[in-house]
Design a protein around this ligand. Structure first.
Ligand SMILES: [Fe+2]
Length: 401
């Protein structure tokens, strides 16, 4: 009797298991900074206030929240697509890698690729109360050693690139195109070596009938109206052509810190917003058994954070925009009253732009008095031009077939 019940249960469970999607959790640009490198530093607080909105001073809370989210989601894999650390500090790498090993121990595999900030970074600094100085960074060999559990076997021709086989016959091609060592640079580089590695990985996936997802740090497709070459992969057209040829539909990237996706033919490059800035984006990729791929951007769940954290973080992000622009408006002899209107508009713009929620059809963007003021001054205030161009760009994208 017992045996029959067991068989029945298996019969019910097996089709369900077979039908389950493969789930890949994605986070990028964590820019984790070990607390010992900035604790109690007044100077560091200043640096951060004049920075790009990264909530680096909350590195431990953000890391714990990411671990909690991963434990809650229990994906088939968590991948971190580069810029793991603030500026490549060895101590930051050690702490973050140790945290990811805890997830491995709990049955959640974690895979990483380095970003442009992670290896051989001359900007690795430690802050004391009112001063700062260099701290140890990592070489490529040290990176490999620290992150051994989250990397694949060495591919001398393609940096830290490697293939991961996931349940449901999904192949994840972690493609490291970052430039480190002596040529340290922000852009990505897809070399002949990368092409040979990718060709082989794609051929093996095809032979296995696998669904392929690729991941890079830098963008494969141009994401914004101001995408400079520092955001992109040099030689990326070649990678794009190889992926299109192989029928790959999704590349996962980051680097620009804004949440944004672009399509070229059947290939989508999904740039997940930086985890280090409000609203602390991460994403989930679902791969169905029939090969259908779905990408969804998420924001960090407040449940994993102390009360008031999301509001504090959003305020901090807006304040960074305001601090950056206030001086320029004052220099341009704009009245205090008009400054207030323009700063409100700019802070709101940046908040939506980076969160990936900028809707050009929202009447606010042209009806608010801030629009007229920025538009009238766009020739002498480049931020006005930046906002107007992006609104027009998003509108054109929305209207594209
Ligand atoms: Fe980056």
């Amino acid at each position: 009797m017992k045996k029959r019940i067991l068989t029945l249960l298996l019969a019910v469970l097996l089709p369900l298991t077979a039908m389950a999607d493969t789930r890949i959790m994605v986070a990028t640009d964590l820019h984790y900074l070990a607390p010992s490198l900035y604790a109690d530093s007044e100077l560091f607080q200043q640096v951060i206030r004049y920075g790009d909105g990264k909530l680096t001073q909350e590195s431990p809370a953000l890391l714990e929240a990411l671990l909690a989210e991963a434990r809650h989601q229990r994906p088939d894999a968590l991948i971190l697509t580069g810029d793991l650390t603030f500026n490549g500090e060895k101590q930051s790498h050690l702490e973050l890698a140790a945290a990811m090993e805890r997830l491995w121990d709990e049955g959640i595999p974690v895979y990483v690729i380095p970003g442009n900030h992670d290896i051989g970074n001359p900007g690795a600094l430690a802050y004391s109360a009112y001063s700062y100085g260099p701290t140890e960074n990592v070489t490529a060999a040290e990176f490999r050693e620290i992150w051994a559990r989250c990397l694949g076997p060495e591919e001398p021709e393609a940096g830290m690139s490697f293939t991961v086989s996931l349940p449901g016959n999904v192949r994840l091609l972690m493609t490291d195109v970052s430039v480190y060592g002596e040529d340290f640079a922000p852009y990505g580089l897809f070399t002949d070596g990368h092409a040979r590695w990718l060709a082989q990985a794609l051929a093996e996936a095809e032979a296995a009938g696998a669904t392929v997802i690729t991941a890079t740090h830098q963008n494969l497709l141009s994401q914004t109206s101001f995408s400079s070459e520092t955001y992109l992969i040099r030689g990326g057209e070649r990678m794009q052509a190889m992926l299109a040829q192989a029928g790959v539909r999704l590349n996962l990237s980051g680097h620009i810190h804004a949440q944004h996706t672009m399509r070229s033919g059947d290939l989508t490059d999904a740039a997940t917003g930086a985890y280090s800035i409000s609203p602390h984006r991460w994403a989930m990729v679902h791969v169905a058994q029939d090969g259908e791929v779905r990408y969804s951007a998420e924001a960090l769940c407040p449940e994993h954070l102390r009360a008031g954290f999301p509001e504090m973080s959003a305020k901090f992000f807006a304040s960074v925009t305001v601090i950056k622009l206030r001086g320029r408006l004052a220099e341009a002899d704009i009245s205090l009253e008009e400054q207030e209107i323009m700063l409100n508009y700019a802070a709101r713009f940046n908040t939506h732009f980076f969160a990936g929620t900028l809707d050009p059809a929202d009447p606010f963007w042209t009806a608010d008095p801030g629009y007229a003021l920025w538009n009238a001054n766009r020739d002498r205030l480049s931020f006005g031009d930046y906002m107007m161009r992006n609104l027009a760009y998003e509108e054109a994208l929305r209207d594209a077939p």
